[in-house]
Design a binder for this molecule. Structure first.
Ligand code: MG
Length: 411
């Protein structure tokens, strides 16, 4: 039998210095115009995608339902269940206050960073869908309006188990010509056959050469038909990262991503400032506070927040605004289902400094089956829908078909 997390004692229930509920803040039901709406329930279901996608639905007494997505991670559905009593009875239009309310309510159990933030993000995205539907405007309008009708999407590409320069170049060619993308990303943390020790983060000369050959093969093959980024997944030592970044300086690299581990901002800054190769990072930090030092210390050339992980749509907008004060563009990391991807697209159209939004599921045949209508990604772009909210309607038959075993469908 499933555990009931909502009955666990709330550590903040009796007394908190910064209680942000509607009752405590004196936010009354007096808006009129159909805007006096109350949240009645929150539900989740998990899909067995190329990541375990956690879909979130927020229900209201107006019969309007908002759909969001939380970043995957063990325990996220349980955390959402735990937080549900904190927002039942609240007006879903108070997105910022409810976000802070949830952060505050769970501040002692993980809302500074990690899966608790991602759980809050799932609700926050659903609130944007809901608020858009209540106000009858697309979600981007809640974020300040549009900079562009179409958002550029880059395709995260895989070049097989034996990742060699030619297999990467061939895949780049295929993705451009057959799938229509003009923006790509490839992995550089792939075995070269020259490794002596996988733990010490050091790259030997032949390894650096192999990685540079992959970059050269891809960039030479695509020419000016596409942009190409290269991801290192936090793998290398400071010295090796600098050497690799220098080695590819003459090549047309969109950005080099996460060359060093994410914890030490001083090293991140040192690597970025050591090379003319643009360096990106940011998918492993949380809330607007996480990227602050990366930006203030000019430790990145490109910031890469993951929307359902970092805290949701407004939190990503706030990070983008902060990045813009340092003239840093935003390339949103995204490994989500169509729900999180569309949420990212709405933010990307509402900020000036969007480079592109990632798409990480080009090998998953049923990604487009999850929603009604035509494919949302066409020719490497997402056309921003004009329907209220996210403008995406889930196909519940497909959702049910691809649920993780033991999950149940939304009401
Ligand atoms: Mg990455």
């Amino acid at each position: 039998m499933a555990k009931d997390y909502t009955t666990l004692r709330d550590p903040n229930a009796e007394y908190t210095m910064r209680e942000l509920s509607a009752e405590t803040m004196g936010v009354q039901a007096k808006r009129g115009g159909g805007r006096d709406v109350e949240i009645t329930d929150v539900q989740t279901t998990m899909l067995d995608g190329n990541f375990p996608w956690t879909l979130v639905r927020v229900y209201t007494d107006a019969g309007i339902v908002g759909t969001g997505e939380a970043y995957w991670g063990a325990g996220v559905p349980e955390i959402i269940e735990r937080m549900t009593p904190f927002i039942v009875g609240e007006n879903p239009l108070d997105i910022d206050r409810l976000f802070e309310h949830l952060v505050q309510k769970t501040s002692g159990e993980g809302s500074i960073e990690g899966v608790t933030v991602s759980a809050i993000a799932g609700i926050e995205v659903a609130l944007h869908d809901l608020a858009g539907k209540i106000l009858e405007v697309p979600a981007y309008q809640l974020l300040g309006g549009k900079y562009r009708d179409r958002v550029r999407v880059y395709c995260d590409c895989h070049a097989g188990e034996e990742s060699e320069p030619e297999s990467n170049a061939a895949e780049a060619e295929r993705v451009i010509e057959e799938l229509g993308y003009d923006a790509l990303k490839f992995d550089l943390d792939v075995p070269s056959g020259h490794e002596k020790d996988r733990a010490n983060r050091h790259l030997r000369g032949p390894e650096v050469k192999h990685k540079a050959e992959i970059v050269r093969a891809v960039t030479d093959r695509i020419g000016d038909r596409a942009d190409a980024a290269f991801d290192c997944h936090w793998t290398f030592s400071a010295g090796s990262a600098k050497r690799l970044a220098r080695e590819i300086e003459d090549l047309d690299v969109w950005w080099l991503e996460d060359p060093v581990p994410p914890e030490n901002h001083d090293v991140q800054r040192e690597v970025t400032q050591h090379t003319t190769t643009p360096v990106a990072a940011g998918e492993n930090v949380y809330r607007k506070h996480g990227p602050r030092r990366l930006l203030e210390e000019q430790a990145v050339d490109v910031i890469a927040p993951d929307l359902p992980k970092v805290g949701g749509m407004r939190e990503t907008r706030k990070i983008a605004d902060m990045a813009d004060t340092y003239y840093v563009p935003v390339a949103m990391h995204n490994v989500s289902s169509p729900v999180g991807t569309m949420a990212s697209a709405h933010v990307a159209t509402a900020i000036p400094n969007s480079l592109a939004v990632e798409f990480h599921s080009y090998e998953l045949e049923w990604w487009d089956d999850l929603y009604e209508g035509t494919p949302i990604i066409e020719d490497g772009h997402i056309e921003i829908p004009e329907e209220p909210g996210l403008g995406l309607t889930l196909d519940m038959d497909a959702v049910e078909e691809h649920m993780v075993a033991g999950e149940s469908l939304f009401d």
